[in-house]
Design a protein around this ligand. Structure first.
Ligand code: C2E
Ligand code: MG
Ligand code: MG
Length: 589
């Protein structure tokens, strides 16, 4: 029964009819009864003045005595029994509402029941000056569950269920911002050899492996540490209250855990892990951000990898200055590509049966404003790290085809080879880039050869084969560079649609007294090529003896310092005119 017959503000109709001493409770009861949501009318102290039928039924459905209160019961005490901070806050909000300090209250309140958490949306409005409050309750468990699931998915990696990149940064920033905190360490881990497994055993095996790695890393950490996955085979561990020594010890445990063989459906696979560590000292004057700490750990990881993989390296300031120098160098290189600071030198290729220079290889150089002429080995690694290889290749393709067409117009008919990097294959634009360059220069496709190194071919053999075939169908020749320098599968290489094998310098330039071994190796490649209808080219021919050997063993082409060094385009025509006859008649015969 109602103790107060206050003035109801809502609904107006009810207020008017509720004014009569006898009718008020009846009308309000009738209105509440008609409401489908469990609803209560409370006084300022939280005592239940009215409870509708839906409320009584809901308590039955929940089957929990904590929520089974009726008229004269204490709603505030009941809410407090639902434990948790949000329950206490809700009571305070309802009191403030009753005092007229706010217009309404809306809150999602969890109720822990035996069969799990139920979420109730509580909506309350003040109904009169005496501080009465109407509270309605809606079960929003499925809505909250969906929101929580999608929130969880946004913060976690679906494969390993570990925190993802964004969430890791949130967690690290939160750990760094704690007042009076101890040192915070971050481990950046990159699995060595993961790509090989993924490529050779397939993506399902790769996924399985990443889940196993995640479990092992988690098993190596303390309860206060957080393991997350940045993506690919990169993981990060956040270690709260952990000095460099502690982080080093954890890194050693992680390395030992990854060192044990992994079982992939009965196949045993061995991996390593490169780990970089960065530590923010206990809270001091300088605020550290997660982005900085993770970047430092990443730099240390790179240094660990560069030192020979499966190692641990601590971050030091010199790593950052080296990285800054590299970043400046990369920015300069980006400018250089647009600014035409790249130049091509051309190295003659000798056709051994005729003794004529029938082609050239275009080799890129960078005319640096302060450092002079830089060789590819001095800037291509930076280009590769900063995704500039395709931009360089497009420039090289355009310049080399234009130059070759110009030579043709001047009566010098040459076939020009251009080097392409493996990353160009993955962009999927190689064939289009080649055809665009040919069309722009007006060069027939037969005057262009695309070179890809043996190791690059092996990186993604299927994609290489498809694009090689397409290039060859259009008339562009394809050659495999540095053949014999890597450890690629011969089977894979011979099945490539290719027209030329460039025998690596390491096989051609034999040391003193090893002529017969070198001859055997070259003869084997030449025979392999012949069997597959592929011509061979001896690279890095430095002496007359090596040149003679290449010819005797049946190589179709030779290229090397003894023939000519790479030279600027404007010197090539003169060189060709001067040497053609000489070469034909010279040391080869
Ligand atoms: P590569 O394609 O195998 O080119 C041959 C390299 O061997 C050239 O070095 C050339 O100068 C050098 N060489 C030629 N004959 C001899 C010799 O008799 N003895 C010795 N010791 N070396 C000789 P370079 O120009 O420094 O180029 C190195 C590598 O850089 C090239 O090897 C190629 O893989 C890469 N490269 C060059 N230009 C480009 C380019 O435009 N794009 C791409 N992606 N890579 C390029
Ligand atoms: Mg080459
Ligand atoms: Mg080569």
């Amino acid at each position: 029964m109602a103790r107060h017959s206050g003035e109801l503000e809502l609904p107006l109709d009810v207020r008017r009819r509720a004014e009569g001493p006898a009718g008020s409770t009846v009308v309000v009861e009738a209105v509440l009864a008609a409401l489908p949501s469990p609803t209560l009318l409370l006084d300022a102290e939280g005592t239940v003045l009215l409870a509708n039928t839906a409320w009584v039924k809901a308590a039955d459905v929940l089957g929990d005595d904590r929520v089974r209160i009726g008229v004269d019961g204490d709603y505030f005490a009941m809410v407090r029994r639902l434990d948790g901070q949000s329950a206490a806050a809700l009571v305070e909000q309802l009191r403030a509402l009753s005092r007229g300090e706010c217009a309404s209250v809306q809150a999602d309140q969890p109720i822990e029941l035996r069969d799990g958490t139920r979420w109730v949306h509580v909506q309350a409005s003040r109904v009169d000056r005496a501080g009465q409050v109407v509270v309605t309750h809606t079960d929003v468990t499925s809505r909250v569950a969906a929101e929580r699931a999608s929130d969880w998915r946004a913060r976690h990696d679906t494969l390993t269920e570990l925190p993802n990149r964004a969430h890791l940064h949130e967690l690290i920033d939160a750990a760094l911002q704690l007042p009076d905190r101890g040192p915070v360490s971050v481990l950046f881990l990159d699995v060595d050899g993961f790509k090989d497994v993924n490529d050779s055993l397939g993506h399902d095996a790769g996924d399985d492996l990443l889940r196993q790695v995640a479990r092992r890393l988690t098993g190596s950490t303390r309860v206060d540490d957080t393991v997350g996955r940045l993506g690919g085979d990169e993981f990060v561990i956040l270690c709260r209250d952990c000095s460099t020594d502690g982080a080093q010890a954890l890194a050693d445990r992680c390395r030992a855990s990854i060192d044990r063989p992994f079982d992939l459906g009965g196949r045993l696979v061995r991996l390593g892990v490169s780990i970089g560590i960065a530590t923010a000292p206990e809270s001091g004057a300088v605020a550290v951000r997660s982005a900085d700490l993770v970047r430092d750990a990443d730099l240390a990881m790179y240094a660990a990898k560069a030192a020979g993989r499966n190692r641990v390296r601590l971050f030091t300031a010199d790593l950052r200055s080296a990285a800054q120098r590299k970043a400046t160098f990369a920015a300069e290189l980006r400018e250089a590509i647009l600014d035409e600071q790249l130049v091509l030198h051309y190295q003659p290729i000798l056709h051994l049966p005729s003794g004529r220079c029938t082609g050239v290889e275009a080799l890129v150089r960078w005319q640096h404003s302060t450092r002079g002429l830089l060789l590819p080995g001095e800037f291509l690694p930076t280009a590769a790290q900063h995704d500039l290889m395709t931009a360089i290749a497009r420039w090289v393709l355009r310049s080399a085809t234009r130059q070759t067409a110009a030579w043709s117009r001047a009566g010098l008919h040459l076939v020009t080879s251009v080097n392409i990097s493996a990353s160009h294959f993955s962009t999927g634009t190689l064939v289009r880039d080649v055809h665009e360059a040919l069309a722009e220069a007006g060069l027939p496709p037969e005057q262009l050869v695309i070179e890809l190194t043996e190791t690059s071919v092996a990186e993604d053999a299927q994609r290489a084969a498809a694009q090689f075939a397409e290039l060859r169908r259009s008339g562009v020749e394809v050659s495999i560079d540095d053949f014999g320098s890597g450890f690629s599968s011969l089977g894979q290489l011979v099945s490539m649609p290719t027209g030329i094998l460039k025998i690596d310098r390491s096989l051609v330039a034999f040391p003193e007294g090893r002529r017969s071994e070198a001859a055997a190796a070259i003869a084997a490649v030449v025979a392999l090529g012949r069997a597959c209808g592929v011509r061979s080219l001896a690279e890095g021919v430095e002496t007359a003896e090596q040149l003679e050997l290449a010819e005797q063993l049946g190589c179709t082409f030779a290229q090397g310092f003894t023939v000519a060094r790479p030279m600027p385009a404007d010197q090539l025509a003169a060189w060709a005119a001067e040497h053609a006859e000489q070469l034909l008649a010279g040391a080869l015969r």
